[in-house]
Design a protein around this ligand. Structure first.
Ligand code: SAM
Length: 219
């Protein structure tokens, strides 16, 4: 595999076009999110042979049967989180680390967990080279990371069969969890706001197709 960390005018131009598509065609409205997407070189996560694919609005294989999420999905989930500078965010499913970079660009402090060791190692290496510094964890994120709870926001980037209660307990009151929930084929995006010690408000949104969340509190 040949990964190169070079961002030329051609890639910058392709990135601008992708952002325009997300804004004008796919109706992503949050300018902060769009600006973050414009700043992060998505082609860094691709072998150089596939750089032409990096700025298409598609998910793409990253090995180990997993994918780098479609830019629209990243934009959609991030927009729902309403990240403020300094928010403490738990991301479940580091994958390539691309979504992690977007959260960091928005000023979040990120705790990201991946269950597959090869992806975990690669994301650590790549994000380090790019100058990003989240807190990386290897393990089953379906249980969250209770040692570092509570979080302002929790983002799940794999499809869950149900909402793990243990995750919701790790939200601050006033905090939000964004999680795709459904069967192996399709999931509904859900936002869950913790309104009190015991109460949550759930909203069900659009349909997506994610790789499965695999773990103790999942598939
Ligand atoms: N947002 C990521 C990106 O931009 O590259 C893509 C994430 S990919 C769609 C989902 C990731 O969740 C995969 O890397 C998968 O290994 C991971 N995953 C699945 N179940 C998990 C679990 N229980 N804990 C941590 N990671 C998990």
């Amino acid at each position: 595999m040949a990964y190169k960390f070079v961002d030329n005018y051609r890639e910058k131009g392709a990135r601008k076009k992708l952002v325009a598509e997300l804004r004008d065609v796919k109706k992503i409205e949050d300018k902060q999110v769009l600006d973050a997407i414009e700043r992060v070189p998505r082609h860094f996560f691709f072998d150089e042979t596939f750089w032409t694919q990096a700025y298409k609005d598609i998910a793409f294989p990253i090995g180990e049967g997993q994918t780098i999420s479609q830019p629209y999905t990243v934009a959609y989930q991030t927009q729902l989180l309403h990240i403020h500078k300094g928010d403490k965010v738990l991301e479940i499913g580091t994958g390539s680390g691309y979504q992690t970079c977007i959260l960091l660009e928005l000023g979040a402090t990120v705790y990201t967990i991946e269950r597959q060791d090869k992806l975990f190692e690669r994301a650590k290496l790549f994000l380090g080279k790019m100058g990003y510094q989240p807190n990386f964890f290897l393990g089953d994120g379906s249980r969250g990371i209770p040692e570092h709870a509570p979080y302002d926001k929790i983002l799940v980037t794999a499809g869950a069969p149900f909402v793990p209660e243990t995750l919701l307990k790790q939200l601050k009151i006033g905090g939000t969890c964004v999680i795709p929930v459904g069967d192996e084929k399709t999931q509904k995006m859900m936002t869950i706001l913790r309104v009190s010690e015991t109460d949550y408000e759930r909203i069900e949104l659009d349909t997506f197709r994610f790789v499965p969340l695999v773990g103790d509190q999942a598939w």
